[in-house]
Design a protein around this ligand. Structure first.
Ligand code: GDP
Length: 330
């Protein structure tokens, strides 16, 4: 048996140290680690949500302070109470750049952090958003093979991170606070288009009326945005993560969305298509990386300068860059 087989067995039996080692491999940028990580993932794939295992992948987004970690800690605890095993991952593109992470501190989820049925993993800091996303997708597969049947992927509205997370989950849940009237206009339109379920959080007793009103307005705005003939209308519900109010309703809508997916082309098909999209994204990322490699970088700069100076057309400049790229490969 190879070391990789051993590690795969350890992951499949849910051994924490094996899971941690597998994630370290997946996150490593060393070529030999990457090779071993890919062998490991290929071995684990049949036991993931892309194989035969029944899992749910949910993205959770919202601005810092909206109550994500409180919500996830409570929802995760409820799900564990129902017999699930819960993995929490994070995609935080700020962590690589600044050395600090908005989502990184796992003590934010006190109950899950100490539960045997939960695994909380801070965001990888693999540099580019593409790198972070790759490590997170691969970690998700490791967690699924280890028997975690609910994977929650947390993110904040930094740059493209929400789009990247939406591309790796079945259902995208957006947490927001009660807003009405003008402040509704300020919400990012894109995020509303991505969201499958919207929860107006912190709807505690004293704010309940305002939250209900905000939920109704948001629901109306969404219908306008998406048009009536769009099949899935994202439900807007109020909840309180802190007081464990309505989290069961939020979860019910997550499941309704899953059923809807099953009835409209299938969850499996969505996941397979996401894998194809992921492949394409990696090809794009790697082609772009080649443009910054030594030798090509200079040609890019020279070509762009020639365009700026009006000496070449953009088409000529693009060809010059691609010729240089071909030569660098040859
Ligand atoms: P995150 O930055 O989105 O992860 O937000 P946190 O979960 O750290 O919560 C930010 C603050 O809001 C903390 O002080 C929480 O105690 C508080 N909070 C979180 N959820 C609720 C809620 O449902 N109701 C109320 N009133 N406060 C909440």
């Amino acid at each position: 048996m190879t070391a990789t087989d051993d590690l795969a067995d350890g992951v499949r039996s849910g051994t924490r140290s094996a899971i941690a080692r597998a994630i370290t491999l997946v996150e490593s940028r060393r070529a030999d680690h990457q090779k071993q990580a890919q062998q490991l993932l290929a071995e684990l794939l049949p036991d993931t949500g892309n194989g035969t295992r029944s899992v749910q992948r949910i993205g959770i987004s919202g601005v810092p302070g909206v109550g994500k970690s409180t919500f996830i800690d409570q929802l995760g605890s409820n799900l564990i109470g129902d017999g699930h095993r819960v993995a929490v991952l994070a995609v935080d593109p700020s962590s690589g750049r600044t050395g600090g992470s908005i989502l990184g501190d796992k003590t934010r989820m006190g109950r899950l952090a100490i539960s045997d049925d939960a695994f909380v993993r801070p965001s990888p800091s693999a540099g580019t958003l593409g790198g972070v996303a790759k490590a997170t997708r691969e970690t998700m597969l490791v967690m699924e093979a280890a028997g975690y049947d609910v994977v929650l992927v947390e993110t904040v509205g930094v740059g493209q991170s929400e789009y990247v997370v939406a591309e790796m989950v079945d259902t995208f849940l957006f947490l927001t606070l009660a807003r009405t009237g003008d402040s509704l206009q300020g919400m990012k339109r894109g995020i509303l288009e991505l969201a499958d379920v919207i929860a107006v959080n912190k709807a505690d007793e004293e704010h309940e009326d305002g939250s209900e009103r905000a939920a109704r307005e948001l629901s109306g705005a969404l219908r306008l945005l998406r048009g009536a003939d769009d099949d899935w209308q994202a439900p807007v519900v109020t909840c309180s993560g802190l007081h464990n109010v309505n989290l069961d309703r939020v979860w019910k809508h997550v499941n309704r969305h899953r059923d809807w997916l099953d009835a409209h082309g299938g969850l499996e098909a969505k996941r397979r298509e996401q894998m194809v999209q992921w492949t394409r994204a990696m090809v794009r990322d790697r082609l772009l990386a080649r443009l910054t490699a030594a030798g090509v970088r200079e040609a890019v700069r020279a070509a762009e300068q020639a365009v700026r100076a009006g000496e070449q057309t953009p088409d000529q400049a693009a060809n010059a860059i691609l010729d240089q790229l071909d030569q660098a490969r040859g």
